[in-house]
Design a protein around this ligand. Sequence first.
Ligand SMILES: [Zn+2]
Length: 293
Amino acid sequence: MGKIVRTLSEDGSVLCAALDSTDIVREIAKMHGSSPVVTAALGRLSTAAAMMGAMLKYKDDELTLRINGSGPCGTLTAVSDYRGNVKCSVSNPVVNIPTKPDGSLDVETAVGCDGSLTVIKDMELKEPYCGQVPLVSGNIAEDITSYYAISEQLPTVVALGISFGERAEIEAAAGFMVQIVPPVMDKAVEILERNLSNMDDISAMLEKHLTPEDIAMTALSGLGAEILDSWECGYFCGCSREKTEQILVSLGREEIEKLIKEQKETEVCCHFCNKKYIFSADDMSKLLKETKS
Ligand SMILES: [Zn+2]
């Protein structure tokens, strides 16, 4: 399981969420059979989605991050609930591109930078919120930081990291997110900026095996921060035959009739967990009866 820890400064003006997403990223690699650079991109996006999801208010709230940067891996999507349980998908899970001169994975090239990041928040009691910003680098952490600055006008710092071993196995993955909650306290911002510039980068933190508690407390050191809460989260899809039936019904009569005519059985594969749902001609005829137009 992953673990999320949230800390809040004493004056309530700075909030930090840190996540150990090692198990989640291992699950992503297993689920999608992705090559390391795509695992890194999906892992970063899912780590961010989980932390952003953990900032949602209500229990049925859901957050979707979608990146289309016109790179070889295509569109990447991550969906999280308010507990940081996350699932993700990608158009092309296997992309092989040369590593950067320093030997690190070239996530920016795999994702691409010609496109946008879309953030959708499905919130209880409200119309879904949708914000979109152009990508700044395709490295995902910078793109999410830019989203908060442009779309939500919330000063936010996001760091995401995944470290791989010699045989491309996932050694560790983590992220943290620091957000200044209005009204902005100048003194707190000053201390925070100093902390962030003195902090190791996330890959060094992973090498030192820092826990999410360590990371969240270090980011807010000198601010009288306390641990607000912490809990476990994981890779979770939540698809079902019933939900898949609803998707088929939503296609409309014409499309269902076409599927019945074209194939003996209809197979629907969940692109988040690869589970297959098979519908016989009889099943499809029943669904057709439930479909209005
Ligand atoms: Zn699924």
